[in-house]
Design a protein around this ligand. Structure first.
Ligand code: UGA
Length: 431
């Protein structure tokens, strides 16, 4: 079928590419001519493993079309809204882009029935608002229905997550819209949950918030483990063996970042507060997460030797170039304030970090170069190449073999054997 995706960020571009690969004709609308030109030439503009190949294949076979024009809407059975919904100062989601495109969709609807569906994460009630905007701006007699079909892909594994999700959520008051969305999702795995609009919208926030809660809960257990002399890794591994809990998202460290968890926990708390509900549980998830970053920066300041530190890992998680809300940013700001010189390396995120920090940092060409002249290595993202590093060589390169690890990448026993002073999170230090 022919569909349109408005927006080409991590969610828009990955889902559009997967639907194109399944044989649909997919139009992707953007608003920046240079970006559309690059996308047309096969440059995904983001680093997402496996995406470039799919993009290339579907540009060649004509299934993917990038455009600045809203013309394709009149022939599309489904129009997805995949634009940004950033946090505002009060924690609420900024829906201005959603409102602008809803009006544009209304003005471009054709004669056939069209499903209009938000892929962006939007607060409860947004799809009803989209419906209202479309009603006010479409020609009388336009045949359409709104549906919520939230996305659950993670950056770094977006392609496989989109192909094999745990579930596909479709919320709509229109049976016809549900059927069209079910047809589109036929080649995609996962359980189907068919529900109303508000429930579908809330499922997305609740899903991200419970995962963020697991992470902050784990980081609180890490704090307690440090005081008690316990090992948070072992504690949480044992907790996770209870399959009612599961072993996922219990990794301790410097907390969650990215474009989703920080924004969505805040937005859900805002929604709850606007309902006059006590959102203490969510407020504390955020508090512990913020504390994890600054606690770790202090741990570096308390234990590092020398004024020059090597930093490995800048992106908010491995396998992405995304640095939005990355813990590395707050941590490096704390370290710069404390007077350290930082020599940094990340396999994908260097350009983005340079855009923020400019000449305040030294940018290394590779991980070993970052160690030149440094006494202490600080690990902030668990990229495979750091896990697989030749630690003997690292030891030789560091003036003083100290590693301070924010992601518990290395085994303390091995570090002791190798002769490092090793500090991690929620475990006993090796001194
Ligand atoms: C998250 C959700 O996992 C996706 O299901 C959702 O679709 C997406 O948000 C979204 O709303 O678009 P993402 O932010 O890409 O995906 O990445 P995650 O793998 O969830 O990691 C988020 C953050 O949590 C990272 O900073 C990661 O380092 C941190 N994390 C994750 C931990 O600190 N501990 C863990 O155990 C797991």
């Amino acid at each position: 079928m022919e569909i349109t995706m408005i927006g080409h960020g991590y969610v828009g571009l990955v889902t559009a590419s997967i639907f194109a690969d399944a044989g649909n004709k997919v139009n992707v609308i953007g608003r920046t001519p240079e970006k559309i030109q690059k996308l047309k030439s096969g440059d995904p503009l983001i680093f997402e493993p496996g995406l470039e190949e799919i993009l290339d294949r579907n540009l060649k076979n004509g299934n993917l079309n990038f455009t600045l024009s809203y013309d394709s809407i009149k022939d599309s059975k489904i129009v997805f809204i995949g634009v940004g919904t950033p946090s505002q100062k009060d924690g609420s989601a900024d829906l201005s882009q959603v409102r602008v495109v809803a009006k544009k969709i209304a003005e471009n609807l054709g004669d056939n029935f069209t499903v209009i569906s938000c892929k962006s994460t939007v607060p409860v009630g947004t799809n009803v608002e989209v419906d209202k905007i479309v009603k006010e701006n479409a020609s009388t007699g336009a045949k359409y229905a709104v549906a919520s079909c939230p996305e659950f892909l993670r950056e770094g594994t977006g392609v496989t997550d989109t192909l094999y999700p745990d579930r596909v959520i479709i919320g709509s008051e229109s049976q016809k819209a549900i059927e069209v969305l079910l047809e589109l999702h036929k080649p995609i795995g996962g359980e189907r949950v068919i529900t109303d609009l508000a429930s579908a919208e809330l499922i997305k926030y609740a899903s991200n918030s419970i995962l963020a809660t697991k992470i902050s809960f784990s980081n609180l257990i890490a704090e307690m483990s440090e005081v008690a002399g316990a090992d948070a890794g072992i504690v949480l591994e044992a907790v996770g063996l209870d399959n009612r809990v599961s072993d996922k998202f219990l990794n301790v460290g410097i907390g969650y970042g990215g474009a989703c968890f920080p924004k969505d926990v805040k937005a859900l708390a805002f929604i709850g507060k606007s309902m006059k509900l006590d959102t203490g549980i969510l407020d504390n998830v955020e508090k512990v997460n913020f504390r994890a970053r600054h606690r770790f920066a202090k741990r570096v300041i308390d234990n590092a030797k020398g004024k020059k530190l090597a930093i490995w890992g800048l992106s908010f998680k491995p396998n992405t170039d995304d640095i939005r809300e990355a813990p590395s940013i707050d941590i490096m700001n704390d370290l710069l304030k404390a007077g350290y010189e930082l020599s940094v390396y990340d396999p994908q995120a260097m350009g983005h970090i340079e855009g923020i920090f400019g000449d305040k940092l030294t940018y290394a060409d590779d991980k070993m170069q970052a160690l030149d002249g440094a006494e202490t290595l600080v690990v902030l993202t668990e990229w495979n190449e750091f896990e697989a590093a030749d630690l003997e060589a690292v030891k030789k390169s560091l003036v003083n073999p100290i590693i301070i690890d924010g992601r518990n990448v290395y085994d303390p026993k091995q570090m002791k054997k190798l002769g490092f002073k090793y500090y991690s999170v929620g475990r006993r230090d090796v001194k």
